[in-house]
Design a protein around this ligand. Structure first.
Ligand code: GRF
Length: 199
């Protein structure tokens, strides 16, 4: 299956997926990287892995619809079947949601519905949470609100810091995302029931 990875930042999850494909743990073709930040380190990673990257800056387009139409066209031309968000710091709008219904997934560094949005790790530390972790979920129009596919938790120690929690969460993410992706791509397209909203 052809997948596109969307990322805005360092791309350690992008790298984990690339490595899993190379190690034949994940049977997928990473067609391309979509990035909205010209200086992001993930672009270097894509270059090193020989994966084409496409940079779309939202401010170059008059509307979100135009911005997403351009991306949607590229994905269609490249026969992309799944969109994998990996630290993509932008909400997906109706244009892409419609074209890829039930085939867009995201990874988030908390046990949703706890700590959605930005800086989930800092939020967990500030709340003195006992547990946090990682969630992989289908993407809908909300912020980190779509149906949950998988979660893995980790315990916060008394002296847990943002840095130590980030390390633990990243270690989970880099294993969990490739394995869940492999499962999803293997079972095929998940159908969305219009009436019940279930996947
Ligand atoms: C990850 O923690 C992911 O859960 C969140 O953004 C972060 C991206 O990190 N959505 P990286 O760019 O993959 O290193």
């Amino acid at each position: 299956k052809n997948i596109a990875i969307f990322a805005s930042g360092s791309g350690s999850n992008f790298q984990a997926i690339v490595d899993a494909v190379q190690a034949r743990l994940l049977n997928a073709n990473i067609s391309l990287l979509v990035c909205d930040q010209p200086g992001a380190y993930v672009i270097e990673r894509a270059r090193a892995a020989n994966i084409p990257s496409y940079i779309f800056r939202a401010k170059d387009y008059p509307s979100k619809e135009d911005f997403e139409n351009e991306i949607a066209l590229l994905l269609k031309n490249r026969n992309v079947e799944w969109i994998v968000l990996a630290g993509y710091m932008r909400l997906i709008g109706p244009t892409l949601l419609k074209q890829y219904e039930g085939r867009i997934i995201n990874i988030h560094p908390s046990l949703l519905p706890d700590f959605p949005g930005k800086d989930a790790i800092g939020q967990a530390i500030a709340a003195r949470a006992q547990w946090s972790g990682v969630t992989i979920h289908y993407v809908d129009e909300g912020m980190d609100t779509g149906p949950i596919i998988a979660q893995e938790r980790t315990r916060l120690e008394e002296d847990e810091t943002r840095e130590s929690l980030q390390r633990k969460i990243q270690a989970i993410e880099h294993k969990l995302y490739p394995s869940i992706l492999q499962m999803l791509l293997t079972i095929g397209d998940v159908k969305h029931d219009e009436k019940t909203g279930a996947y």
